[in-house]
Write a protein that binds this ligand. Structure first.
Ligand code: AMP
Length: 471
């Protein structure tokens, strides 16, 4: 129903904003206030969130509320129309049509100042990637494709439009299977999937729990991942267990639409320390690795990774300031290429012309596949009375969760407990953003400028991790 609603929005010459119904109303309100939707389409599953939003007073009297099922109502709201009244609607096709440079959807991602930012995606952004990917992955009517990421993640854009454009079947993976690796593996087998596409953490999880057997998933031909580093030991085990499958690493930020580069791994890595390249640019895109003066760096040197080409979003919704900070003029503008996006990623070229990823230059992390600005968590903590100051850092782990979220805080009074902070944060942040490790400090370490020194805080958590492992 949600996918049908997205198509309906496009057909009606509109753009849509998928909303994470697991996020608390306190956070979703920023999305609604920024997007100013004329219509909010919802289902019974989101009544709790709607109640919260209506309680805060975000839905204005001019917002139409549509329900994907029967009419919904609570003490705060009543849906204006529902799928059950569809016979009353005009059956004629609308005459207005979206053009290729019109907005198709806006995807909100974590923002470092505490307010999610909306990445505007046009029709041309999507069709460019879909046509390259459908040709490269040989998508056809006999394919059975996984729909694993939630619909507010940009990876799901390819699941939806890649399958619709090729006539392949889309098998939406129930989110409840994410904690049940053996059931998830059974889903892949029973649905006879030919293609799997997800973030790495779920693959690591299946491998860790021994859910993938030797020569398992006999119908599977291609396995793709995107969004963060797939640990090399996990890839080695998957390649050994699934010798009939081709493995591709896709790389790219939401701001450049789904993915911008790819690398199909032909030979299993020979040692666990080998990193897997993010590869070459997809058709219509290009990767630039530049130094601080925006000059191309030679092979082997690490620089800032920029993306140019067809996938580039026009920018952040109603935020020209943020847009101008990261969507810059390309140094190759004489060649007709005007814009480039600064990803915040560090990368290098190898001698064979493949790009390699070397982490972030800022405070954005990936945790269980979710893109998180640590600043958003700090901003939420700073709104709580019990916190005088805090620093949230990401600590890399070998586990399936990727980066662990760790918080050091100085309490404002004696009776502040971590349990209380966690509970209160849940009203402000989705559960995947709540720090899993905490430490109380009387004062946070400061650098020479008097600012909180996150490097020292991070080292503290890394040392503690080593101590715990030793004991
Ligand atoms: P998102 O906008 O959620 O797709 O997140 C984009 C960020 O995820 C990138 O800027 C990278 O930091 C990271 N990322 C995406 N794909 C990969 C990959 N294949 N390997 C390593 N990091 C990745």
């Amino acid at each position: 129903a949600a996918i049908a609603a997205m198509l309906a929005a496009l057909k009606a010459d509109c753009a849509y904003v998928p909303i994470d119904t697991d996020s608390p109303a306190e956070r979703v309100q920023h999305v609604i206030r920024a997007a100013e939707p004329r219509v909010v389409l919802t289902s019974a599953a989101a009544t709790g969130l709607l109640d919260g939003l209506a309680g805060i007073g975000v839905l204005t009297s001019s917002t139409l509320l549509g329900s994907l099922e029967e009419h919904l109502s609570s003490e705060h709201y009543k849906s204006t129309f529902a799928r059950s009244d569809w016979e009353q609607f005009d059956a004629r096709a609308p005459t207005a049509r979206n053009g290729e440079h019109d907005v198709a959807h806006i995807l909100f991602t974590s923002g470092s100042t505490g307010i999610p930012k909306g990445v505007v995606i046009t029709h041309a952004n999507v069709t460019s990637f879909v046509s390259w990917a459908n040709a490269y992955f040989g998508m056809g009517r006999h394919d059975r494709w996984s729909g694993h990421p939630p619909l507010h993640f940009d990876l799901s854009t390819y699941d939806i439009y890649g399958t619709l454009a090729s006539g392949a079947q889309l098998h939406l993976v129930p989110a409840s299977l994410n904690l049940l690796p053996h059931k998830l593996a059974a889903f892949i087998r029973d649905s006879e999937l030919t293609r799997w596409f997800s973030v790495p953490s779920i693959l690591s999880y299946m491998v860790k729990f021994g859910a993938v057997g030797q020569d398992d998933f006999p119908t599977l031909e291609k396995l793709l991942w995107c969004g963060e580093v797939l640990p090399t030991p996990v890839l080695m085990e998957l390649m050994q267990r699934l010798p009939h499958v081709a493995f591709t690493n896709l790389y790219g930020p939401t701001e450049a639409t789904i993915a911008s580069s790819y690398h199909t791994v032909l030979q299993p890595p020979t040692n666990e320390a080998e990193d897997i390249p993010i590869g070459r640019a997809c058709d219509g895109e290009d990767l630039l690795i530049l130094d601080e003066q925006q000059r191309a760096v030679p092979a082997g040197e690490i620089g800032d990774l920029y993306i140019t080409g067809m996938g580039l979003s026009p920018g952040y919704w109603k935020d020209p300031h943020k847009t101008s900070e990261v969507f810059l003029e390309s140094p190759r503008s004489q060649a007709g290429e005007t814009r480039m996006y600064r990803t915040g990623d560090l990368a290098s070229w190898d001698d064979t012309g493949l790009a390699h990823f070397h982490g972030r230059a800022d405070f954005q992390i990936k945790h269980r596949g979710y893109r998180i600005e640590l600043g958003e968590i700090e901003a939420a903590l700073n709104t709580l009375d019990g916190v005088r100051e805090c620093a949230v850092v990401g600590v890399a782990t070998a586990g399936f969760e990727g980066t662990q979220i760790c918080c050091a805080y100085a309490p404002a009074s004696h009776n502040v407990q971590v349990r209380m902070l966690r509970v209160r944060l849940r009203d402000r942040l989705p559960s995947y953003m709540i720090p899993s490790r905490w430490t109380e400090m009387e004062l946070l370490p400061k650098n020479a400028n008097g600012k909180v020194d996150r490097k020292v805080v991070k080292e503290w958590f890394e040392d503690e991790e080593r101590r715990v492992r030793r004991d």
